[in-house]
Design a protein around this ligand. Sequence first.
Ligand SMILES: NC(=O)c1ccc[n+]([C@@H]2O[C@H](COP(=O)([O-])OP(=O)(O)OC[C@H]3O[C@@H](n4cnc5c(N)ncnc54)[C@H](O)[C@@H]3O)[C@@H](O)[C@H]2O)c1
Length: 336
Amino acid sequence: MGAFGVGVIGCGMISGNHFHALSKLDNAVLRAVCDIDEERLNQAMAEQGVPGCADWRQLIARPDIDAVHICVPHYLHAEISIAALRAGKHVLCEKPMGVSLAEAQAMRDAARETGRTLTVCFQNRYNGASKRMKEVIEEGGLGQLQGGSAFVAWNRAEPYYTKSPWRGAWKTEGGSVLINQAIHTLDLLRYLAGDLQLRGCTMSAKRLGETIETEDTCDMLLTDRRGGRYLFYASNCFVSNLPVQMHLIFERGEMHLDGPRLTIKAQGETQTEDYTTALAVGKDYWGSGHGPFIADFYRRLAAGEGPFITPEDALQTTQLMEQAYLDSMQTRRRPG
Ligand SMILES: NC(=O)c1ccc[n+]([C@@H]2O[C@H](COP(=O)([O-])OP(=O)(O)OC[C@H]3O[C@@H](n4cnc5c(N)ncnc54)[C@H](O)[C@@H]3O)[C@@H](O)[C@H]2O)c1
């Protein structure tokens, strides 16, 4: 079989990570790009040396395209994913999987009905430290997980929102710090700790209330099936972008993630492993996971295997996220 023909819809900030990852693959080749912004479209066409169009419907109708990468604002993820699946394309959608559980379910159902592959870009699961944490948990040597915490302190200032007006609006972004930035950490915590139940969530716009209608700060209490407790805090109000921190407490040890560094405490010994990798492209807080994630997507497609991050799995992160937004309505109203 020849290489998969690929189309990228949305040529904004994150598209560079997708173009770069695709340029390294033998089994996938970029065939076309799409953006409604003429300047961005022309730039992507010139840099990637492929044709382009402003209408995504035109792109998904191309017979030389087998898979599409969806890199557009959140409110378009479900509509374009579903149409692309129905047009017979495999879909790699940037996070989040829809702005609501209903949208995520419709995306999953479309993948089931069409038999096409759908995955969602939670590339941080491919970080070396994330993989090591999962491995340690599955080995079971630290005993049962008893709880943990996750901390995301980042900085998104006014221009980040004013230059891309889809951000900071309920209708188009669907939220802010949780759905856009901290969703990766919520997904990673869910991936490591298993099913999590929301016990309570508070959201507020502490710094950007004049600019955005959504939240810049979010905190939650979650519990796992055994009653283990997890604190989750995320804010875009910090002065820089701190490495994501996660603590997991086990019966016989602890793990502490500090960006790419993982410290494991077990049997009286403390060991730190550094999984720092050189950034190929993009912002440091996006990490280096796009390359391995996209490579794995096409390796599995070629092998006839399902995606590592299945629609059913990704959907659970959207479900938890939606519960958090609904719960926080007690303190801050989410219209629509
Ligand atoms: N995985 C990650 O770490 C990561 C990091 C950043 C962004 N993202 C995600 O990537 C997606 C895009 O984010 P971004 O930061 O690149 O945003 P952006 O605003 O920089 O780019 C979005 C692009 O989509 C285009 N667009 C809008 N409507 C369109 C339409 N109908 N048809 C075609 N193109 C259209 C815009 O013109 C723009 O060029 C979002 O889902 C975001 O959450 C993921």
